[in-house]
Design a protein around this ligand. Sequence first.
Ligand code: GSH
Length: 212
Amino acid sequence: MAESKPTLGYWKIRGLAQPIRFLLTYLDVDVNEKRYGTFEEWQADKLNLGLAFPNVPYLIDGDLKLTESRAILRHFARDTALNPNTADATRTCDMLENVLWDIWFGLLRYCNSGVDPMKSYFENEIPKKIGYLNTFMENKKFILGDQISYVDFILYEILYHYTTYSAEYLDKYSVLSQYKKSFEAIPAIAKYISSEDYIKGPCINPMAKIPF
Ligand SMILES: N[C@@H](CCC(=O)N[C@@H](CS)C(=O)NCC(=O)O)C(=O)O
C-alpha cells in the first residue's frame, strides 16, 4: 500500500529541519520523520530516493520530492495563514528570510570551522546584524506585526541556536529575548516542546569544532 503520510528526512539533530518541524506542528500536519543517526545510514539512501538535488532535509510526498530547507518550509506554508498575503508582507518576509539566513549561518560557519574568517565575521559583523534585528522587532509580536508567518519559525530557531551556543547571548537584546519566550508560549509550540518527539539538542553536527 502506498505511504500516505509525507516523509521528512534529516539528521537526529535540530539543524536546518527544526523550523520545518515547528511549522508542521503548528499547522497540525502529520509526517513520518526519518532521522538519520550516522553518515553511513544517509549515504545508503542519498542517491536512491529519486531526489534531483540529494540532500537533507528532504521531503517525499508521493510523487513530490523536494530538498532545500526553505523550499520545504514554504511548500507547507503555501495556501495557509502562514503565507504573507499582500505584496508588502511578501517583501518583508523575503527580506527577513535572507537577513535571518546570514545571521544563522554566521553562527553555523563559525562553529563548524572555529577559525577566521568565520570567527571574525561572527565576532564583528553578527552583533550589528542582531542589533538591527532587535530594533526591527520592537513593538511587533511577529515579523509581520500581529500576523505570524513562516519566517517566524526561522527566527525562533535562530534564537534557540544562539542561546544554546551561549545562554547569555540574547541578554543585550531584550526584544528578541521576549520574542523567544512568547513564541515558546504559543499553545501548539508549547505542547510540542514538552512532547517526547521534540529534540532539545544538539543543534548542530556534533563533529563541529564548537559543538552545541
Ligand atoms: N541549502 C541546503 C543545505 C543542506 C545541508 O547543508 N545539509 C547538511 C546538513 S545541515 C547535510 O548534512 N547534507 C547532507 C549531504 O550533503 O549529503 C538547505 O538549506 O537545505
